[in-house]
Structure formats: structure tokens, C-alpha cells
Design a protein around this ligand. Structure first.
Ligand SMILES: *Cc1c(COP(=O)(O)O)cnc(C)c1O
Ligand SMILES: [Zn+2]
Length: 427
């Protein structure tokens, strides 16, 4: 990979030409099983040689590329040009222009980037696709991940498409549809009797002991690099006219960090003229990042918070990619917004009815956050806004049905008789 110079630790700024996961300087400072384990916190940021990349990679060249998948951006990805990529198609999700809603909410432009359209129906396919290529490059036989559900499902499906063995750790409470995906794709499934944070720690230990390639968020530095392809697509779809704000839901913080990384890449390539403000949406009941940002806390030492939102994909007591997430919001002068579980449940049908896009709770959280931003008057009429839906509503029907209850949605029970139907219609 001539395009990659190396990686830099987000904590100590040490630069490595050779690296695997987190910064080794931070790996052994604390006893394992310590009440709060800091040893895996030195997340790395991949550094590119933009001057070299610019020589052969241009907007024109990109425009001429018929491959619409994320692999059209390979010169800006940390993989070898000729490494095999998974068979499933990843990328090119639609960016819908919501003109009527822009008028309704008094903003200049409103767009919905629908990443529920990725092959396993969540944003996580972008990252898992890179994990598969890296595992191939490193000649690893088995890949593993801990996940609230979607990262696992993404890895699982992409592995199935490439015939790769994989082991997925999810909390036993993960939505059934996500567990079903894992089982259908033939993963070895570990339902962990505990939280996502417990599953994460167990997965790290198991990977180390059995020598598996580890896709874990906030640990494997390449995941932000896959996630950044969403920014590439948004900017390309907008013909390089960047929006003013992008709304992203935040759990571990890898997506928002990746979105920021993609924008920075494009800025350094000279393809966009400024970087939009990033608005991170968290659930009130899992709001580590919001609290840290609002109170200016030290996120290296800030301990776990309780995380118990029904939006399982953004439930994270200790956001694993919090350093990158906080930078993304601070450096772009964006902000964090929290939304309650009720607001999330109301946002699911609200978004679906107005756009035709059915989101899982974590995906609809961005819509709830947008509505809150409108209410709080923090948006202006001359702003272009992009909202990202990160996951499909079909992944969590239980919560969708809770929103049916909460919003008193009515449906009709009818006998299969046109006479009775007429009576019902007349009443
Ligand atoms: C993972 C996920 C998120 C949050 O991404 P983080 O990188 O954990 O912040 C949001 N929505 C969905 C549907 C997800 O699967
Ligand atoms: Zn370090």
C-alpha cells in the first residue's frame, strides 16, 4: 500500500509504520481485570500520502469509473489495489433530496442518505468489507467481532459471501432479527450473557488467545476507513458541493469519526472547499459523548456510564471510538444532541411516513435529533442538511411495534366480506 504512510496514535501522537491494532504504548499500563481497563485506548489513525494519491486519482478519473461500489475509492483506502474484495455489493446507497420537507422545516436543502440499503441492511457493511480485505491480506483464517448486532451481521454476511470463517459475540439481548442474520449466514454465534461492553472485552481476549483477526470497533484502526466511504459518496452525489451539517447517530463513535475522516481526506485532496459541521445524536439513556462534550470532560479517564436505551445499536456505556468521535464534533464546530427513547419511537413512523424510509431505532434517532434541532432553532434557512439513516427498521420489529402502541396507531380488523366492509367504511 504505497498510499498509506503509517498510523498515528490518537493519544500520544506516536507514529508507526508497522502496526496492527491499538498503540502498543498503551497496551500494558494497567492490570487486566482492573475496574477500568485503559489498555486498549490508543486508537490509531491511518495516515495517507495525499500528494502521491493526487498524482493518479482525480475527480475525473473517479467519474469515469463504472464500478459504483466503495472500491471505486480504493486509492483512498488502506488496502492493496489487487486484494480480493467480498462478493456482496457494498456502497452507492441513495441520497434522497427531500424538497418538501426542506420547505416544511425551513432549511435550504434536506437530504437523507439511506444506508439501510447496504447488503446486510446497516451502515456496518462499509467497515466490515474493509475488515475482510485486511484479514485476507494478513492471511488470517478466522475473523471475529463483538457487536450490538449490526457490526456482527455485516461481518457475518460479508464472510458468507467470501467463504470465510467467523465468530461473532453479541449480547444475549440483541434483537432477534440480527441474531437470525448471524445464524443464517453461518457464523459461530456467541450470545454473551451481559452487555455489549462485556461482549467486547470477551471478544478481545478470545481473539488474542485463538489468534483470530479482530474487527472490533475502536480497536481495529481500519474500521473508520471503511465508514468514511459514506462521506465520499455524499460529496460525490452532491457534485462536491458539501452540505453545512451532517446528522449522525453515535454509539461507539466510529461512524461519526469515519464520516469526519472521509471529509478530511476529500479536503486534503482539494476536492471539497470546506468541512461540514457534524451533529452527533445520542440517546438520553446512553449519552457518554454528549456529557463529555457538554461538560468538557477528559474522555481518556471518564468512566463508563449506564447505557440502557432501547436503541440497541447506539447503546454504549464506554464508546470505544470516543476519541475520534469527540474530535469529529469539536473540530467541525458541531455539537451533540440527545433524544429520549420516546422521541426515537415517535421518529420511526414519522420518518417512514414522510420519506418511505423505515429505520431501526438508532437510525431514526438522527431524525429525532433533526426535529429537536428544528425546535431549538439551531438550524438556519440557508443551510443544507444531510441526515444519515444507519439501519433498517426490519431489524427491530419489536421496537417498531412499541412505537405503534405509543403513537396510538390504528388498524382495522375486517371480515372477508364486501358487505361487512361497506358497513365498516360507512361507520
Ligand atoms: C453501529 C450503529 C450506529 C452507531 O455507530 P457507532 O460507530 O457505534 O457510533 C448507529 N446506527 C446503527 C444502525 C448502527 O448499527
Ligand atoms: Zn499511543
Amino acid at each position: 500500500m504505497k498510499n498509506v504512510l503509517g498510523a498515528k496514535c490518537m493519544i500520544c501522537s506516536k507514529f508507526f509504520e508497522d502496526f496492527e491494532y491499538v498503540c502498543p504504548e498503551h497496551q500494558s499500563e494497567h492490570e487486566p481485570e482492573h475496574e477500568f481497563d485503559y489498555k486498549n485506548e490508543g486508537i490509531l489513525d491511518i495516515k495517507y500520502d495525499y500528494n502521491l494519491i493526487k498524482k493518479t486519482f482525480t475527480k475525473q478519473k473517479l467519474a469515469n469509473n463504472k464500478d459504483k461500489s466503495i472500491w471505486r475509492y480504493t486509492p483512498l483506502l488502506p488496502i492493496n489495489e489487487n486484494s480480493p474484495v467480498p462478493n456482496l455489493f457494498v456502497g452507492n446507497t441513495p441520497l434522497y433530496s427531500l424538497n418538501k420537507l426542506a420547505d416544511k422545516f425551513n432549511v435550504k436543502n434536506l437530504y437523507l442518505k439511506d444506508d439501510s440499503r447496504l447488503p446486510t441492511a446497516s451502515f456496518k457493511d462499509r467497515a466490515s468489507a474493509i475488515a475482510l480485505v485486511k484479514a485476507w491480506e494478513k492471511k488470517a483464517d478466522v475473523i471475529t467481532a463483538a457487536s450490538t448486532g449490526n457490526a456482527g451481521a455485516a461481518l457475518s454476511g460479508l464472510c458468507a459471501s467470501s467463504g470465510k470463517e467467523n465468530v461473532i459475540f453479541v449480547p444475549a439481548s440483541a434483537p432477534q432479527a440480527k441474531v437470525a442474520q448471524l445464524l443464517m449466514f453461518g457464523s459461530k454465534v456467541m450470545l454473551v450473557n451481559g452487555t455489549y461492553d462485556d461482549a467486547f472485552d470477551l471478544c478481545l481476549k478470545a481473539a488474542q488467545e485463538y489468534g483470530w483477526y479482530n474487527r472490533n470497533t475502536g480497536f481495529n484502526p481500519y474500521m473508520s476507513e471503511g465508514k468514511k466511504t459514506c462521506s465520499f459518496e455524499i460529496c460525490e452525489q452532491l457534485k462536491w458541493k458539501v452540505p453545512d451539517k451532517i446528522f449522525v447517530s453515535v454509539g461507539d463513535g466510529c461512524i461519526i469519526g469515519g464520516i469526519y475522516k472521509g471529509l478530511k481526506d476529500l479536503f486534503k485532496m482539494g476536492w471539497i472547499d470546506h468541512i461540514p459541521k457534524l451533529i452527533g445524536i445520542q440517546a438520553e439513556k446512553s449519552s457518554y459523548m454528549y456529557q463529555a462534550w457538554k461538560n468538557n470532560e477528559n474522555i481518556i479517564t471518564k468512566p463508563f456510564v449506564k447505557a440502557e436505551t432501547l436503541a440497541d445499536s447506539i447503546s454504549a456505556g464506554l464508546p470505544r471510538d470516543r476519541i475520534k468521535a469527540l474530535k469529529a464534533v469539536k473540530n467541525t464546530k458541531g455539537e451533540f444532541i440527545t433524544v429520549s427513547d420516546k422521541e426515537i419511537l415517535r421518529a420511526i413512523p414519522d420518518l417512514a411516513k414522510q420519506t418511505g424510509v423505515f429505520a431501526e431505532p438508532a437510525g431514526a434517532a438522527t431524525w429525532a435529533g433533526f426535529l429537536k434541532a428544528v425546535k431549538q432553532n439551531i438550524l438556519s434557512f440557508d443551510e443544507s442538511i444531510v441526515i444519515i439513516n444507519t439501519g433498517s427498521g426490519l431489524k427491530d420489529i419489536n421496537n417498531a411495534m412499541k412505537s405503534v402502541e405509543l403513537t396510538n396507531m390504528k388498524y382495522n380488523k375486517v371480515e372477508p366480506s364486501i358487505d361487512k366492509f361497506r358497513k365498516m367504511m360507512a361507520s
